[in-house]
Design a protein around this ligand. Sequence first.
Ligand code: GLA
Ligand code: ZN
Length: 669
Amino acid sequence: MVSFGVDYYPEHWPRGRWPIDARMMREAGIEVVRMGEFSWAKMEPAEGEFDFAWLDGAIAVLSKEGIKVVLGTPTATPPAWIIERNPEILPLDDSGMVRGFGGRHHDCQSSETYRNHVRRIVRAMARHFRDNPDVIGWQTDNELGNSHRNLCMCDSCKKAFRHWLKRRYGTIEALNEAWGTVFWSQTYSTFEQIPVPLPTPNSHNPSLLLDWKRFCSDLIVDFQKLQIDILKEECPGRVITHNYMGFFDKTNYFDLARDLDFISHNQYPLHFRKDRLPVAPPERLAAILDLMRGIKRKPFWIMEQQGGASGWETLSSTPRPGQLRLWTYQSIAHGADTVVYFRWRTCLYGTEQYWHGILPHSGEPGRRYHEIKKTIGELAPVMERFRDCGQGAEVAMVFSYEQEWAFQVQPHHFDFDYITHLMTYYAALYRTHVPVDMISDADDFSKYKVVIAPLMFLMTPELETKLRNYAARGGHLVLTMRTGVKNWTNIVVPHTLPGPLADVVGLKIHDYDCLWGVSQAVRWQDERCVTGPEPCAKWCDLITPSSARPLAYYTMDYYKDTPAVTENAYEKGMAYYAGTELPPTVMKAFISHVLAGAGVEPIIEAAPEGVEVTRRRGTKEDYVFVLNHNGTAVDLVFPARWQVLIGRELVRTDVLHLEPYEVVVCISE
Ligand code: GLA
Ligand code: ZN
C-alpha cells in the first residue's frame, strides 16, 4: 500500500540525475512513481524493435530508494513513424478536417490499424515487466477522451457507429421509429445511409446526436478494454487504473470504471486559460472528488495532484504557500487513498515547459518541495486510518452522463449547463457542511435519507419505478424541472409533465417558460424562513399542484404567485419539486428545509465562509477535515466532541484559528 507519489519523466533528464531525483523523492516521503505514459517512441523506436532498457534502469534507480512504479501504456502518443506508415489513423474532426501529428492523441480509436499498433506495444510492455516486482500497477493510456472531444468522424468511425446502431436497434425500421426520422424526410432504408454528425446546413436529429455521444463513450470503453485484457493476460497480479478528468463528459466514467480495479483522477484547481476561472471554486473541487469516489463507490487515487503553476502558452497563478497542502488534504478528505503529484520536475521543452512540477526548471528543491515534504510528513503516519473509508453521506445526488449529453444536444437556454445546475444543489449542501455521495441512477437509493435527482429529462419506466419506490418507502426525493420529458432515444413523450410521476410529486405542469429576454424571481416561504424575491434563471415550470404544498413562489409576470418549489407527502416519504434553477438564498432555504425534514445533521452547525468541513467515516470514529480555502485567517468555534489529530497547535481553548489555506484534521467519536 502506497500513499504518496509523483509523476516522473526520466526520459526528460540525463541518467546521472536519476539517483539524485530518487533520493530527493525518498526524502520527501514518495513511495510510488507513475511513468512511461508518453514514451512510445523511446520504447519502440521502429516497428517491433523494443527498447525497455532505459526504463528498467530508471525503475532500478527508484527501487534502490524503495520506490514502486505504476507504468502508463503510451498509447496517447503514437510516434511519428506510425503516422508516416499509417496516416489513415489520424482523426477527422467535426468540421471534416484531419487533425495532424504534433500534439498528442492524434489517433482514431476505432481504427483496427491503430489498434494493432496498440496491441503490439501494450503486449510487449506487459511481457517485459511481468516479472519485475517493482511494477505494482498499470495506468491505461492517459486521460482517455482528452483532445478527442470533437473526434473522430473518419470512415472507420462511421462504420463502427453504424455497427453499434445495428446492435442497438436490430432493424432499420426500429431505428427510424426510435429516432423519428419521418421528420424532414430523414427515413433510412439501410444502416449504410446513416451519417456521422459532420456539419449539415443546419442541425442534426437530436436522437442521432445523443446516440453518437453514447457510441463515442462506448468506443473509449472498448479501446481501454482491449488494453486491459492484454495487461491481465501478460502481466497478472497488478492493479489496473486510469486517470480521470473530473467532470469531463466524453466518456461515461461509470462504464469506463467497470474493468478497472480502482479509478484515479487528475486534480488541477489552477487554470491558465480565459475560458475558465483562474482558480476552481472549492465546492466544485469537492463535487468532482465526490463524483470520483462515487464512480466505483470506493476510494480512489489522485494520479495527478497539482504540484505547481499550470501552463501551456499562458500560465496560471502560482499556488500560494499552503495551497498545495490544502488541496492534498481536500483530496484525501473526499476519498483519495493515494495522492500522486504532477510532475516531479518542470520540463525544459515541449508543450508543457511551463506546467510546473514540484521542482522548478533548475531542479533545486524550493518552496513547493518543502511544502509537499511537510504535507507528506504529517499525513503519512495517519493515512492507514482513512484507507477504504467513505464519507458516511446520508444525502446522494444522482449524476447521469446520459442526462448531461441530452442537455448538451439541447441546452434549452443559451446559458444552461448540466453541471452548473447540479452545482446549485451541491453548493448549498457544501455550505451546510453535509457530505454528499454522487451516485449513478443504477445505484441503490435506499441507504440515503435524501436523494436529489436533478434533471431526469430522459425517463424509462424502470427509473420511474425506482424513484417512486424510493419515496414510497420513506425516502426524501428531490425532482426538478424537465423531469420525464423524453424517452431514452431522446424523443418527447406525449403526456402532461412530469408524466407518471405526477402523483408522486402531487402536481402537473401545463406550461413552461424559457427565460430568454424575460425575467422572473422566486420568494421562499416556509414555517422557518421567508427569503427573496431573488432572480431565478434560464427556465421556469409553471406548476399546478394537486396535493403538493407550495414552498416558494414566482413573483412576476402572468404566473406571479404560483408555486416554484413544492413538497408532497407520498406514502411513507416526501417528494419535492423545483421548477426552476434556484438562486443561492432560496436554494439555501430549500436545502435546509429538505435536510430538516429528513433529519440529516450537518458535521458542524456553522463555519466561516470559505471554510470547508467534511469527513471520512471510519468504523470506530469520524475524521473531520476543516479546510480554510480563504487567503485570510479565520476563527471558528471548536466543538468539544472533536479531538485534534493534525494541527494541534491551532486550537486555543474552544477556538480554532486557521491561517490562510490552513487545515486541521480531528477525530470525532
Ligand atoms: C493532464 C495530463 C498530463 C499533463 C497535465 C498538464 O492531466 O494527464 O499528461 O498534460 O494534464 O497539462
Ligand atoms: Zn475515426
